[in-house]
Design a protein around this ligand. Structure first.
Ligand code: AMP
Length: 117
């Protein structure tokens, strides 16, 4: 069973922000911003690329509710989903990183492109 499935089952502790019958939001253990939340479906889906559109349709308002609960809807925030090896995905269970709480830098560059900036 993957680590996020264990978090859903409560076998691994997490700092939960919001939960519904289909989705869970909890604090990332290694935050990269003042607010860094992971939002996952309770159904095990490998990545965004395998996600049915019906699930995204349900996940979208859940993500918006998380941002509102954290007071980020006015100031703004960023959603990131890493996909596969080149995308930097470490855990193969669909998750959106919701980061915010301050101005974020952009863009996340490929190594070869960092030199030219
Ligand atoms: P990714 O590289 O997109 O797969 O992101 C995986 C994220 O999961 C990283 O930001 C990790 O810090 C986070 N993470 C790993 N284990 C845990 C955990 N037990 N609780 C909360 N976040 C975790």
């Amino acid at each position: 069973m993957c680590i996020f499935c264990k978090i859903i089952k409560g076998e691994i502790p997490s700092n939960r922000v919001l939960e519904s019958d289909k989705f869970l939001a909890f604090h990332d253990i290694n935050p990269v911003a003042p607010v860094h939340i992971l939002i996952i479906p309770k159904e095990h889906i490998g990545s965004f690329h395998e996600t049915p559109k019906e699930l995204m349709g349900e996940m979208t308002p859940f993500i918006q509710e998380v941002a509102e609960k954290l007071g980020l809807d006015g100031s703004g925030y960023r959603l990131i989903t890493n996909i596969g090896d080149d995308g930097g995905q470490e855990i193969s269970h669909l998750h959106f990183h919701l980061v915010g709480g301050g101005r974020l830098s952009f863009p996340p560059l490929h190594e070869d492109y960092k030199k030219s900036i």
